[in-house]
Design a protein around this ligand. Structure first.
Ligand code: NAP
Length: 248
């Protein structure tokens, strides 16, 4: 549907779940993609093998998006791999659910550090790279959870709402340089992120979704490619729910 030939894309958390679907769709649309991941080598290698037909157009990089030194080292190295950077998808994310009275400081910090500080770390360096060409597309993988605030997700909701708020500021800073930053808010999507949910909770959540089902990775990926396209040139600071009607 879209043409990303000769464009260079970074997808954080791009080897599993929603990120893997996004990487796949960019590859199919002709882009060169760096898919990053945190530590699951097995999943990353299986992903690389599955898409071996794309050869050097698919590059994997392992680092922690919440670690500023590792992110800086990744971007210092980027020029050797990519002559320019057109698209960044801030997709890497985790959950550590608990009611706030039982939520440990470690669980709070881990989620805020990965989901929100990771987005800041990647966006900061990406914006510097994109400003050189006066062009760029940044898409944050937020969540309807950041707008609804489900119980047990104070850390997650804060991190996801934070991504949206951050994009509002950044969009105004970089608008003159033709750089856009937008948010996608999935509802419940079938990935390993939800694999710890008990069956009765899955049933309960599905009953709350007007479409009565969880979404598929492809249904999120298509929206990301739209925001990343040249055609989406006048959209910035926006947020799109992909949640089967479970809108905030
Ligand atoms: P997932 O299947 O658990 O995959 C998460 C990906 O993020 C993995 O590739 C993981 O790397 C990477 N990652 C995690 N922590 C990282 C870190 N500190 N540094 C770098 N990479 C890291 O999750 P998903 O369901 O696809 O979710 C992707 C995004 O969508 C998240 O931001 C999530 O909050 C958001 N979202 C998901 C849903 C849903 O229902 N699934 C709904 C709304 C929003 P490894 O493979 O090395 O572990």
């Amino acid at each position: 549907m879209y043409n990303f030939e000769s464009q260079h894309v970074i997808v954080t958390g791009g080897t599993r779940g929603i990120g893997a679907g996004i990487t796949e769709n960019f590859l199919k649309a002709g882009a060169a993609v760096i898919a990053t991941y945190a530590g699951n080598d097995e999943a990353a290698n299986a992903f690389k093998d599955k898409y071996s037909q794309y050869g050097e157009k698919l590059i994997l990089k392992k680092f922690n998006v919440s670690n500023t030194n590792e992110v800086e080292a990744f971007f210092n190295d980027l020029e050797k791999t990519f002559p320019s950077l057109e698209v960044l998808v801030n997709n890497a994310g985790i959950r550590r659910d608990n009611i706030v009275a039982s939520m440990t400081e470690g669980d709070w910090d881990a989620v805020i550090d990965t989901n929100l500080k990771g987005t800041y770390n990647m966006t900061r360096f990406a914006v510097l790279a994109m400003m050189k060409n006066r062009y760029g597309r940044i898409i944050n993988m937020s969540s309807v959870g950041g707008k609804l605030g489900l119980p047990g997700q104070a850390n997650y909701a804060a991190s996801k709402a934070g991504q949206i708020a951050m994009s509002l500021s950044v969009s105004k800073e970089v608008a003159k340089r033709n750089i856009t930053i937008n948010n996608v808010c999935p509802g419940f999507i079938e990935t390993e992120l939800l694999k710890d949910l008990p069956e009765d909770q899955v049933k309960e959540y599905k009953s709350q979704v007007p479409m009565k089902r969880f979404g598929k990775v492809e249904e999120v990926a298509h929206a990301v490619l739209f925001f990343a396209s040249k055609e989406a040139s006048y959209i910035t600071g926006a947020t799109l729910d992909i949640a089967g009607g479970l809108n905030a």
